[in-house]
Write a protein that binds this ligand. Structure first.
Ligand code: ASP
Length: 577
């Protein structure tokens, strides 16, 4: 059973050649005198034909077989297969191993529930589409290693058992057996270590790094995930972003052969929020948020009085399908964003209609028309209230409509930088000041004066790369002055004692010749999703957790032996049975 090549390495040029292939039986059709087998290996599927007279053992789906035979042209091409023009006419078929009937259909289209797929992940991974995700992931890493090495970066590993790294999520903790009552934290990112590597003279670092964050899971979030983590010394923002654009261009080229046009657009955070209601705007479609506050300066409508923001979006060609029920659903959406409701106006037969129209004066109607330029069958959705609620709501609605109406062309990529983020933001719930990125982000020099007076006014040297509405990566220039770093910690509510205990070693290091430095991290999983064309992060991770943070295959997390707990000095008081 000496395999001569992978299935999809064969094409018309190999016709007449004798080959030996090994793989799994994906499908078989027995026509009595003739047996057709779809043979699958990692590269893909090829058809094998076993003619009468050739001894064919009993073969079932997912058996592993080896086939020796001649490559031959097919009479009729199968356009669904990469090898669709050819087949292998078997002269010998051997069974290498048998298989039980599998609990899920092993094909790109499978009707298995996701938890079944995760429970039998080793079978799910045999599906060609899953193999393609693994392949893209590998190619991204390879392109990264090649590009960054060429730019004089070196890969350095940083600890997994470490202490808390502040990225704003909850830590995963690991109890110490040797020091009872003490815990390591798993890194939320290598942030502190990569900065220390800059102080350590490494100048250009990267790492394909595992990161761990204990937060609520979503379609694009996993508790353990992978970053392409990067840090450099002595580059300004422009030089650094240009270098990173080179990396992203190379990744797109080498994985999906797509040419990204450089330089990428740099969109200030404020403009992103004003126009798209999101700091990760999808700009592949046109619907934009429009400011209509001035139009309603003298409005009689109670909901528009003394509000911070009044904004509108226009959605074309949906008035006729916007029923009362749809409007009720939109209102529910607004409530989720903390707003009382929203106003929906339809344009029908050149008239504005809907229950809200009675609040509009003629002057307001014509001002709206002039500003928004709507047409028949459009709807106008207006939201009023706090800027930080109005923008995200309309931002979410523009995306929802774009998806629903198919406004996004498939296989198009929209890449941009969002820059000039605020350094701090206020927690919507409790008003506390938190870092927008993380506490090591450098404030803009001209805004340092607000540190003592109004820190939320400060903009930062932070940037995110946004691809098709996903935050695919982000980073910043870093603080490299001990006093500024301590000051930021203080604004974030840390006492001198806290700073010393949590970050003492870090701020101390700043005293010994710290280079100006900058960096960022790309989400490897998200990049793979985007390039692989899936919106489920679990598809691009070989062994992921489900939305309850459980691995349905290994059943982690699980309970442990009393003995192990004793060694760790841990007693569980509140068991979840
Ligand atoms: N550590 C940051 C993050 O994980 C990225 C960076 O600032 O380099 O988001």
């Amino acid at each position: 059973m000496k395999r001569t090549c992978f299935n999809t390495e064969l094409n018309e040029k190999n016709v007449g050649q004798e080959v030996t292939l090994i793989g799994w039986v994906s499908k078989r059709r027995n026509l009595g005198s003739l047996l057709f087998i779809d043979l699958r290996d990692r590269s893909g599927i090829i058809q094998v034909t076993v003619n009468e007279g050739v001894e064919a053992p009993d073969i079932r789906n997912e058996y592993i077989i080896s086939v020796t035979g001649k490559v031959s042209l097919k009479e009729k091409e199968n356009p669904n297969l990469k090898t669709g023009k050819i087949e292998v006419i078997a002269s010998k078929v051997e069974v290498i191993n048998t298989a039980k009937t599998t609990p899920l259909i092993i094909a790109d289209e499978t009707d298995a529930l996701e938890d079944t797929r995760l429970k039998y992940r080793y079978l799910d991974l045999r599906r060609p589409v899953m193999q393609s995700y693994l392949d893209i992931r590998h190619k991204i890493k390879l392109a990264t290693h090649e590009y960054l090495s060429k730019e004089h970066f070196i890969e350095v590993e940083t600890p997994i058992l470490t202490l808390s790294t502040p990225e704003g999520a909850r830590d995963y903790l690991v109890p110490s057996r040797v020091h009872h009552g003490k815990f390591y934290a798993l890194p939320q990112s290598p942030q502190i270590f990569k900065q220390l590597l800059m102080i350590g003279g490494v100048e250009r670092y990267y790492q394909i790094a595992r990161c761990f964050r204990d937060e609520d899971l979503r379609a694009d979030r996993q508790p353990d995930f992978t970053q392409i983590d990067i840090e450099t010394s002595f580059l300004d923002q422009d030089q650094f972003l240009t270098m990173m654009e080179g990396l992203i261009k190379e990744i797109f080229k080498k994985t999906i052969n797509y040419d990204v046009k450089l330089p990428l657009r740099r969109l200030p955070y404020k403009e992103a929020m004003d126009n798209y209601g999101s700091d990760k705007p999808d700009t592949r479609f046109e619907i934009k948020l429009q400011d209509v506050k001035d139009i309603f300066a003298n409005s009689e409508f109670g909901g528009f009085k003394d509000v911070e923001a009044i904004k509108a979006i226009v959605v074309n060609n949906v008035a006729s399908i916007t029923s009362r029920k749809v409007i009720d659903e939109l209102t529910l959406e607004a409530k989720k964003f903390g707003l009382g409701g929203l106003s929906v106006i339809k344009v029908e037969n050149d008239e504005l209609t809907g229950s809200f129209v009675k609040f509009l004066s003629e002057a307001e109607k014509s001002a709206l028309k002039a500003k928004l330029g709507f047409a028949n069958d459009d709807i106008i959705i207006i939201a009023a209230g706090k800027y930080n609620r109005v923008c995200p709501l309309l931002g979410a609605l523009r995306v929802k409509y774009a998806k629903q109406l198919g406004l996004i062309k498939p296989n198009t990529y929209d890449l941009l930088w969002v820059v000039d983020f605020p350094l701090f933001e206020r927690d919507v719930e409790n008003g506390a000041i938190t870092s927008t990125h993380h506490p090591f982000t450098r404030p803009r020099d001209e805004d340092l004066k607000y540190l003592d007076t109004d820190p939320t006014k400060i903009l930062s040297y932070a940037y995110d790369i946004v691809i098709n509405g996903y935050e695919a990566g982000g980073g910043s220039l870093r603080i490299y002055n001990q006093d500024v770093q301590k000051k930021i910690f203080t604004v974030l509510g840390l006492t001198d004692e806290d700073i010393k205990r949590k970050f003492g070693f870090f701020v101390d290091a700043f005293q010994y010749g710290t280079p100006p430095h900058a960096g960022m991290a790309f989400g490897l999983d998200r990049l793979t999703m985007i390039l692989g064309g899936t919106d489920n992060i679990r598809d691009v991770i070989a062994f992921p957790k489900n939305l309850a943070a459980v691995c349905p295959m290994s059943l982690a997390p699980n309970s442990v032996d009393e003995e192990q707990l004793k060694e760790l000095g841990i007693a569980i008081t509140d068991y979840e049975k």
